[in-house]
Design a protein around this ligand. Structure first.
Ligand code: FAD
Length: 396
């Protein structure tokens, strides 16, 4: 899909992943002229072979997606999470959260990434001020005092007041601007597969912590669930190629025993897991969002939710400036964006990293400490309420 490229734009967004497309709908809904540059072909991005994952969208994120005009398009396709159960392996001490006890809103909603992308593309097609260059690759970037100019692989040179980098973990825009990032591998790989099952899931999300990594069962529409099974890379690779009957039998043992007859209805896909946090969120006429700014372990299903909150804060600042007739790419605006996101990034990135390190091992004192910790949280209402709000994306 390629519309003709006009110039100048208010904002150019590098990357049409979930973060870049959502950012485009937020700013396009406010009337800004936006160009999104994405290197993958549109049709390819809508296939489950490209991305078989589902995303747990926290309740707080659903409200921001509503402001983007996207939530109505995915709500019917998404499955509410009404209860959450967390346990250390198959310990009888479980930590149970019930949404009915925290205000009757679901903790979040599970939606397939392919359906989410389709809804974002549909919303983008409705907004006349958004142009999609797709497939197109950013080959160079030049900055002046007033504009940023991209060079695309078709030779065109669109310019804008601001470049928003949403071009993923290995962000070309971030590296080009010389912004360093802290990153390390968890030496863990997530295997993702969608299953259909004969027994109902009761809208319950399960997460069991095993020494190889967490094992999550996330409820989907129509008696289906999304499995996110984290293991050491070799084990994950073996699970991917194992015969289906054997795989399903291990799956049942791991935590799907109550789901009745199980059939795998998607390919088993692997995602190596890394931590990455950029040293800063901005440079002159450049802002980082999404995985261009931060990538985390999916243990708490919060990576994209953190990005949605980036989009909420940056979107509000840009909209205010745009409506006042000002320049949307100035340093003071970008500094306010970075300041507004620092605490949320620090809290979630640190908490997730600690959680992974505490739970992904079998050292006896840590095993006892986490079982004791889960038992304590289960008994302290204030602690349960804190974690419930965290899951719902309502802490900030
Ligand atoms: C197994 C797993 C489960 C997850 N589950 C959840 C969950 O339940 N909830 C949650 O909140 N998060 C979850 N996440 C995190 C979430 O999936 C990611 O945060 C999100 O997909 C990243 O989106 P993004 O748009 O930031 O980056 P990307 O998806 O990497 O998009 C970047 C885009 O930029 C394009 N691009 C790159 N370079 C260029 C260039 N030079 N020119 C043009 N285009 C370019 C790429 O083609 C790509 O489409 C999960 C992650 C994993 C691995």
């Amino acid at each position: 899909m390629r519309k003709s490229i006009q110039k100048p734009y208010d904002v150019v967004i590098a990357g049409g992943g979930l973060a870049g497309l959502t950012m485009a709908t937020r700013l396009g809904s406010a009337g800004l002229r936006i160009l999104v540059v994405e290197q993958q072909a549109h049709a390819q991005m809508l296939s489950t072979a490209f991305d078989g994952r589902s995303t747990a969208i926290a309740y707080g994120s659903s409200r921001i997606l509503d402001a983007c005009g996207v939530w109505d398009k995915i709500k019917g396709e998404s499955c509410p999470i009404e209860d959450i159960r967390v346990a250390d392996q198959h310990s009888p001490i479980t930590l149970d959260f019930e949404s009915g006890k925290v205000g009757n809103n679901a903790f979040g909603y599970i939606v397939e990434n392919t359906k989410f992308r389709a809804a974002l593309f549909e919303r983008i097609a409705e907004i006349k001020t958004i142009t999609l260059a797709c497939p197109a690759v950013i080959e160079n970037i030049t900055y002046s005092d007033t504009y940023v100019t991209l060079t695309l692989d078709d030779g065109s040179m669109p310019l804008a007041q601001l470049l928003i980098a949403a071009d993923g973990k290995k962000s070309f825009c971030r590296e080009h601007a010389g912004i360093k990032a802290r990153h390390w591998s968890y030496n863990e790989t997530a295997l993702v597969v969608t299953i259909a099952h004969s027994a109902p899931h009761h809208n319950l999300a399960l997460e069991y912590f095993f020494p190889g990594g967490p094992f999550a069962v996330l409820p989907m529409t129509n008696n289906r669930s999304s499995i996110v099974w984290t293991e050491k890379p070799d084990t994950a690779a073996a699970l991917q190629t194992m015969a289906e009957a054997e795989f399903v039998s291990i799956l049942k043992e791991r935590g799907c025993g109550e789901l009745g007859d199980i059939t795998c209805i998607s390919p088993r896909q692997l995602y190596p897991l890394r931590f990455m946090l950029a040293d800063t969120l901005h440079a002159p006429r450049l802002a980082l969002i999404g995985e261009a700014a931060h990538a985390m372990h999916p243990v708490a299903g919060q990576g994209f939710n953190l990005s949605v909150r980036d989009i909420g804060v940056l979107g509000d600042l840009i909209e205010q400036r745009f409506k006042a007739g000002g320049d949307v790419g100035t340093d003071d605006l970008l500094q306010r964006y970075a300041a507004g996101r620092y605490l949320d990034h620090f809290t979630f990135m640190t908490a997730t990293d600690v959680l992974v390190k505490l739970f992904s091992n079998n050292v006896l004192p840590l095993r006892l400490a986490r079982r004791f910790g889960l038992g304590m949280v289960a008994k302290i209402p204030a602690a349960k309420s804190f974690f419930s709000k965290m899951a719902m994306g309502l802490l900030t």
